[in-house]
Design a protein around this ligand. Structure first.
Ligand code: ADP
Ligand code: TRP
Length: 321
């Protein structure tokens, strides 16, 4: 099975990214052929400061390695190092009906939030389809918000194959059902572009400060509290299992504690959960040359596969003359 996922280097990685995507990818390394890349072209839809984008790209690579992407098991690279993806993006554009993009929720959500509407934001799903189809991906682990984009990639692949024969592999999304969409501190989907994240590798004090801002219901300390729709609980449950999770539910139901107590608890379990990853991150932070070397080797491996697909496409479409 070929499993592929990408992540935008558009800000600090957050717990939604980890549980919605990275964790699945790390697990998939045990059984599948895995491809993970840093979607820096995609990030240009929100990061237009050049120095910042290049810094965030290295930061994201460092984070990925710290979180368990293993370059011996996964092909791991930066999107812009395999330029064939842009060629495929253009070719697929001719098989992308406008209506398909007009229906994309992500575009509508982002523009509704005031993010400038421009062509790259609109055609974003076509570039994502190119990422997926260039590498013959079979499974694409994503958060719930990205399901539609994988479906768009399938629609485009079907249209392309109808015209030129069975060249592109049909991808399928994979969502970790129990994770779904991780809420941000404002209760909306946690997203780097919405300024509502709890990041993975922050300083402890700053992290607690962010956690304290999580929006909660206003219920008196002594009253029992609902945990199902509580943003603090919905984050904490990602880090807990078995008895620990039940105990937290009991604490909500019992009353006598405020949301502030649950926030402190969330800060503690989260800090403990990422401890080993933080140590690994320190190593890669000090050895950025090693990170660059890993990315280079990854790009070479990725390019080999990209070239074999694009050659077939160039022949079939007549671009090769
Ligand atoms: P962001 O929205 O923060 O910019 P990306 O779009 O780069 O994140 O998403 C990278 C991966 O993380 C995708 O697979 C996406 O579905 C997943 N993801 C992002 N936010 C969440 C969330 N709040 N809950 C679950 N998964 C998420
Ligand atoms: N669009 C994805 C996101 O915002 C990131 C991404 C780009 C991606 N290309 C991809 C994810 C290909 C999976 C496969 O989350």
């Amino acid at each position: 099975m070929r499993v592929l996922t990408g992540i935008q280097p558009s800000g600090d990685l957050h717990i939604g990214n980890y549980f919605g995507s990275i964790k699945q990818m790390v697990e998939a390394q045990k059984t599948s052929q895995t491809f993970a890349f840093i979607a820096n072209y995609h990030a240009m839809t929100s990061v237009t400061d050049g120095a910042k984008l290049s810094e965030l790209t290295m930061q994201c690579a460092t984070d990925f390695l710290a979180l368990g992407i293993d370059p011996d098991k996964s092909t791991f690279w930066v999107q812009s190092d395999v330029k064939e993806v842009l060629e495929l993006y253009w070719i697929l554009s001719s098989f992308t009906p406008m209506g398909l993009l007009e229906r994309a929720h992500s575009y509508k959500d982002k523009t509704a939030r005031g993010i400038a509407s421009n062509h790259s934001l609109f055609s974003y799903p076509v570039l994502m389809a190119a990422d997926i189809l260039l590498f013959g991906s079979e499974i694409v682990p994503v958060g719930k918000d990205q399901i539609q984009h994988v479906e768009i990639a399938r629609d485009i692949a079907i249209k392309f194959n109808n015209q030129y024969g069975d060249i592109l592999t049909m991808p399928e999304f994979r969502v970790q059902e129990e994770v779904q969409t991780v809420p941000g501190i404002d209760g909306q989907k946690m997203s780097k572009s919405y300024g509502n994240i709890v990041n993975i590798f922050g300083e402890e004090k700053k992290q607690l400060k962010t956690i304290k801002k999580i929006v909660t219901q206003n219920v008196a300390m002594e009253e029992p509290k609902e945990y199902e729709n509580c943003n603090v609980y919905n984050m904490a449950k990602l880090f807990l299992e078995g008895d620990n999770l039940i105990e937290l539910q009991e604490r909500y139901k019992r009353g006598g504690e405020g949301h502030g107590h649950f926030k402190i608890y969330l800060g503690e379990v989260m800090w403990e959960y990422f401890k080993e990853f933080r140590e690994k991150r320190e190593y890669y932070e000090k050895n950025q040359d090693e990170v660059r070397e890993i990315l280079n080797l990854g790009a070479n491996k990725a390019r080999e596969i990209a070239l074999s697909t694009i050659e077939k496409i160039r022949s079939a479409t007549g671009i090769k003359y």
